[in-house]
Design a protein around this ligand. Structure first.
Ligand SMILES: *Cc1c(COP(=O)(O)O)cnc(C)c1O
Length: 394
């Protein structure tokens, strides 16, 4: 048995990362300083979006997106059951209702044909928006989603937590990076340590829409405006004589404190420099798994090797999933299951969702297992994982 536990995902922190955090800790700003904008600009540049807003985590990013798009009580929003619960929860934070649509069993992504059928079978205006998820790092074809969204007047929040560096090829043959804002109104990312870029906790919203961008900046920090041009109270009420006093600010909407700190932004910025190398390594690892498992019919995987896959997760489906999970665990290998379908969470069952609602998602859940996938996974470690799996299979 190997001595070091092998998790399904883990962060990679270099000396350079550590130094970048130490530098900020020794400086003047622990938060609300210059690292935030540097990280935002570098991230927008990496993804190819016009704007980026750094926030405290991916869930906060989703919440702010739902607020910026005015999700209200009674509004219905579509998402997939195979995702982290936060993709749906952000709608509930604003009082909206979540409508799940089953996955495509070949890609594990929300089934766009089924979304289309749902929209066609409901009066126009029934749904306000859709939250497609680039699950496991495989990009949703947002051009197709946008076609439906335009026809049915839906906004799109792309949950790209698994897919910084991922892309799909559009109908013109062009690469469309996940989160680049060409099709979705807003996209979100997470910098939790299991994701591609780690900042401890952290998140980012990307968009090409200036108005949404400006609103997000306010919502991130209590709804406060600090900009003479946009004050609505008079100078006199503010306590000034012929200009607004230096201390003055206005809270113009109900916002939150969803800020990222400067030392987290510095870590994210330092990690971002290695993002391309990380993706390359993830794709190498995926190729080795693909080759090893192509020899057996006992293992199913996501169909079609996809160019733009960001491989946050490497998932296989096996019949005795529980057996394999426990066998790997007894060998110090900690695979994980992504995800327990959100509609089966006790919280969501109160809205009437139940077993049998989404057969593809439920079948997938009964067989899926996420294998170790992170840039520092060594060849020796991966070979051990592979041989244990092949040994275990009947
Ligand atoms: C991680 C994750 C989130 C939430 O991000 P946090 O930073 O953990 O709040 C949302 N959606 C998906 C798909 C995720 O993987």
């Amino acid at each position: 048995m190997n001595s070091n536990p092998i998790p399904y995902g883990r962060q990679n922190i270099t000396d350079e990362d550590i130094q970048s955090v130490v530098d900020v800790l020794k400086g003047d700003y622990l938060t609300q300083g210059p690292q935030i904008k540097l990280f935002e600009d570098a991230f927008a540049n990496y993804i190819g979006s016009k704007y980026a807003v750094a926030v405290s985590n991916g869930t906060a990013a989703l919440h702010l997106c739902a607020l910026a798009l005015n999700v209200k009580e009674g509004q219905k929003v579509i998402t997939t059951p195979i995702t982290f619960a936060a993709s749906a929860n952000c709608i509930r934070y604003c009082g909206g209702d979540v409508e799940f649509v089953d996955i495509d069993p070949a890609t594990y992504l929300i089934d766009i044909e089924k979304v289309k059928k749902l929209l066609e079978s409901s009066p126009k205006g029934t749904y306000s928006g859709i939250i497609p998820v680039d699950f496991s790092g495989r990009a949703v074809n947002l051009e197709e989603v946008k076609g439906l969204a335009d026809e049915y007047n839906l906004w799109i929040i792309e949950d790209a937590c698994h897919a910084p560096g991922g892309y799909f090829i559009d109908s013109k043959g062009e690469k469309q990076n996940c989160g680049n804002g060409n099709y979705a109104n807003l996209a979100i990312f997470s910098f939790h340590p299991v994701k591609h870029i780690a900042s401890g906790e952290g998140g980012m919203i990307t968009t090409n829409n200036e108005e949404l961008y400006k609103n997000l900046l306010k919502l991130r920090t209590h709804g406060i405006v600090k900009d003479t041009q946009n004050y609505t109270n008079s100078i006199e009420l503010a306590g000034g004589i012929d200009e607004y006093p230096g201390w003055y600010m206005e809270m113009q909407m109900l916002g939150y404190n969803y800020r990222l700190t400067d030392f987290q932004a510095a870590l994210g910025l330092s990690q971002l420099k290695r993002a391309d190398r990380g993706i390359e390594r993830r794709r190498e690892i995926a190729t080795i798994y693909n080759d090893a498992f192509s020899k057996t019919s006992k293992i199913k995987g996501q169909s079609g090797i996809v160019d733009g896959h960001a491989y946050h997760l490497y998932i296989i489906e096996v019949e005795d999933r529980l057996g394999l999970y426990n066998y790997l665990k007894s060998n110090n290998i900690f695979a994980q299951i992504h995800y327990i379908p959100t509609h089966l969470m006790p919280y969501y069952q109160q809205f009437g969702w139940k077993e049998g609602d989404f057969l593809n998602a439920e079948k997938y859940y009964s067989q899926c297992i996420s294998l170790p996938m992170y840039p520092t996974l060594s060849k020796i470690e991966q070979d051990m994982v592979i041989s244990l799996i092949l040994d275990f299979l009947p």
